[in-house]
Design a protein around this ligand. Structure first.
Ligand SMILES: *Cc1c(COP(=O)(O)O)cnc(C)c1O
Length: 432
């Protein structure tokens, strides 16, 4: 498959090249030049890894990594994505649990898959350095995915004192090939330093840099797989294409869901659920694109006022009316998030993280006709225990840590301090 830039269909590269480069040279995002149409797998849904092999085959066609897709998939999909039916007649709501990986959020899928791919793309002698700025969750997932891989160094920059204690632990508990820098500055400073590193000729000559950030196409493909496998499972058991409620921030999961439907998987309505950052719902309402600074909410991983992946959606739906006809987007307030966490626990026993609660809130408030039309899948993006300080008081109880998080809690932590200054970062890169 040829992968092109959202800004220029003529500039195309292979999938491996797109994963290595991250961003297209013209500043656009990499997308499939043409989306394949796949037939529904004849042998039905087997395992997640089995379905992933089938769904990924056309994307890797002609790529140097094509013969290695089976082993990449085996290595990446080592934890399940169970679909749990929410009890209560006449509900047909299921929750897709994407939080059984090492850092208990869906970003583990993308980070592990990308790591498995990058580890198999031949280098040129320069060490592969994954340089990532994080405001919380992404850095932990990337560190976990690349930890212990030979020939790779991971450098994580995070704003000192501005991430939660649990998040800091996930960024600093690895050791080995993972270095964590607590930057005396903001997340924006961290991001600026990463951008400066990518633009620095001396560093680029010395190191093979990759950011592994969420705009990398290699992070979207595994998401397409679990969303597709889920849709197929519902289709097989009920003969209907489920609707998806997708908690959204930078719109990576949204793009993966739209691609899954576009290649022919049985997916009905797609509802993008945002928090109080309403850029996307407003755009679908009036066709005016008005990016804005992000607002802090309880669903912090969705606090994005200018989502980068909108560029991928606009590539698929060049006019706003077309997009509004294919997707819905809604905004959920912090008050509604709190109420959803409280009410779901009281009524169904479901314990939701603030992000996942946005999707369930929207389900409960769908027009009853629309709600009954099909089976709905609310995507649960993180484990509630990651946000215990918000969730525990609302459900009036304590939260059990999932085993993976408990394991991290037992590890020693270490970080290096760094001023918010690119020269200081450059001096430390490539020298332990
Ligand atoms: C990243 C994240 C989101 C938002 O996903 P996007 O793909 O950026 O839209 C939602 N929930 C959690 C827990 C996340 O970590």
């Amino acid at each position: 498959m040829r992968i092109c830039s959202t800004r220029d269909r003529a500039q195309s590269v292979s999938l491996s090249q797109a994963m290595q480069q991250g961003l297209a040279p013209d500043g656009g995002l990499f997308v499939p030049a043409e989306l394949p149409r796949i037939g529904l797998p004849r042998d039905g849904v087997t395992t997640l890894a089995g379905t992933a092999r089938t769904l990924l085959a056309p994307f890797f066609e002609g790529d140097a990594l094509a013969p290695r897709v089976p082993e990449i998939v085996t290595e990446a999909f080592t934890f399940p994505a169970p679909l749990r039916r929410v009890q209560g007649d006449p509900e047909r709501l299921s929750v897709l649990e994407l939080f059984h990986g090492p850092t208990a959020a869906f970003k583990d899928f993308g980070a592990r898959f990308l790591a498995a791919c990058l580890a198999r793309i031949p280098g040129d002698g320069r060490p592969l350095t994954i340089l990532v700025a994080t405001s919380g969750d992404t850095g932990g997932a990337v560190a976990a995915a690349f930890h212990g891989r030979p020939g790779v160094e991971v450098v994580v920059l995070y704003p000192a004192g501005l991430v939660s204690p649990l998040q800091e632990r996930q960024l600093t508990c690895w050791g080995g090939n993972v270095r964590s820098f607590a930057v005396r500055g903001s997340f924006d400073d961290c991001q600026r330093m990463v951008k400066q590193a990518f633009a620095d000729p001396e560093l680029r000559a010395r190191l093979r840099l990759n950011s592994a950030n969420s705009i990398n196409i290699g992070r979207l493909l595994p998401q397409l797989c679990y969303l597709g496998a889920t849709a197929l499972r519902v289709w097989e058991s009920e003969g209907r294409a489920p609707g998806f409620l997708v908690p959204s921030g930078n719109l990576g999961q949204a793009v993966a869901c739209v691609w899954a439907r576009a290649i022919g998987l049985p997916i009905g309505e797609i509802v993008l659920v945002h928090n109080a950052n309403r850029t996307v719902p407003d755009f679908l309402a009036d066709g005016q694109w008005r990016p804005r600074p992000s607002i802090a909410t309880l669903a912090s991983a969705m606090d994005v006022g200018d989502p980068s992946n909108m560029e991928r959606l606009r590539f698929l739906f060049p006019d706003a009316a077309g997009m509004a006809g294919s997707l819905r987007a809604v905004s959920v307030s912090d008050t509604q998030i709190r109420e959803s966490i409280r009410a779901e626990y009281a009524q169904t026993g479901l314990v939701l993280c603030p992000h996942s609660a946005t999707a369930v809130h929207v389900y409960r408030n769908l027009d009853p006709e629309v709600r009954r039309e099909t089976h709905w899948v609310a995507v649960a993006t993180a484990h509630a225990a990651k946000f215990a300080e918000i969730v525990a008081p609302l459900i009036g109880g304590t939260l059990a840590m999932p085993p993976a998080l408990a394991e991290l809690a037992a590890r020693p932590v270490a970080h290096e301090d760094l001023p918010a200054d690119f020269a200081a970062l450059r001096a430390r890169l490539g020298s332990a």
